[in-house]
Write a protein that binds this ligand. Structure first.
Ligand code: HEM
Length: 254
């Protein structure tokens, strides 16, 4: 049987209306237009800006934990917020089951990601060579993501008080109203806890600044790295030792 998913609509005040009715469109427009302009005008700055050459220590553990966690969270947010509510109802996934999945999978991924982010942030702030090579944006975006992860994890105890999924349906209705240009999107979430609101505002701000940061590599990494063409000259130490030996033998023989 189709579940009830009509949320009680409060009337959003002007601040909620500005932050959750208009700001999403500003953030998404800057994200889309800014990314296209950056790719067109500054293609050589479109990179992850790896610091692996400066210090490998901590990078692998921090980077693997962070990327694994964040990728699961992004996929979860995307599917969780934007899949039409009726589709979940049609395939028989209850709102409660979806809420528990978001808490458990999102929670585990969130802990992985925040542990990785803290390692990466520590490395970036306390290693003098990396600090000297980091722009303000490099450190700021990592700090913003860490705060966002902390806010996201802080929503879990709140979501746990609504295991019927009623709170989560409000966020789905809001996100889907934004993407389908339905008026009154902000009304769906006018009455949620301030921690949720802070998480949404910071999430939208991360989308807004996205084109001006190293995060742009997210858009190209899956395409360029997995489908990498061309060639790369690699000399291992063993090859160098062999070629040195060969060169000295040849020189001696002349
Ligand atoms: C505009 C962007 C974003 C929106 C609209 C958004 C929305 C949400 C919502 C509604 C929840 C609560 C889910 C529930 O339990 O019902 C949540 C949880 C969470 N968010 Fe976000 N979020 C955004 C960006 C981010 C980003 C960029 C990160 C991490 C870097 C993140 C990390 C988390 C984590 C760790 C949780 C808790 C686990 C979970 O429920 O998945 N969020 N987010």
């Amino acid at each position: 049987m189709a579940q009830e998913h009509v949320t009680s609509l409060a009337s959003a005040g002007w601040l909620d209306q500005a932050m959750f009715g208009y700001y999403p469109y500003i953030a998404l427009s800057v994200l889309a237009i800014g990314s296209v302009i950056r790719f067109d005008r500054e293609p050589y700055t479109w990179r992850s800006g790896s610091s692996q050459l400066l210090r490998r220590k901590q990078l692998v553990l921090g980077s693997v934990l962070f990327h694994l966690g964040v990728l699961v969270i992004f996929a979860g947010h995307f599917v969780g917020l934007l899949t039409p509510i009726q589709l979940f109802d049609a395939v028989g996934i209850s709102h409660g089951a979806k809420q528990v999945l978001a808490i458990v999978a999102g929670g585990i991924a969130g802990v992985f990601a925040i542990a990785g982010a803290l390692i990466l942030l520590h490395r970036r702030v306390f290693d003098p060579r990396i600090r000297a090579n980091s722009s303000f944006g490099d450190t700021a975006i990592l700090a913003l993501l860490t705060v966002q992860l902390a806010l996201g994890l802080s929503t879990i105890p709140l979501s746990a008080q609504h295991l019927d999924g009623s709170e989560m349906v409000k966020f789905m209705a809001w996100a889907q109203s934004i993407f389908t240009f339905k008026p009154g999107a902000a009304n769906h979430i006018a009455e949620v806890h301030w921690i949720f609101k802070a998480h949404l505002i910071l999430g939208l701000t991360i989308l807004l600044v996205f084109p001006f940061t190293r995060l742009v590599h997210m858009l190209s990494a899956p395409v360029w790295y997995l489908n990498r063409r061309g060639w790369q000259l690699v000399r291992t130490r063993r090859n160098m030792a062999t070629s040195k030996k060969r060169a000295s033998t040849t020189a001696g023989g002349v």
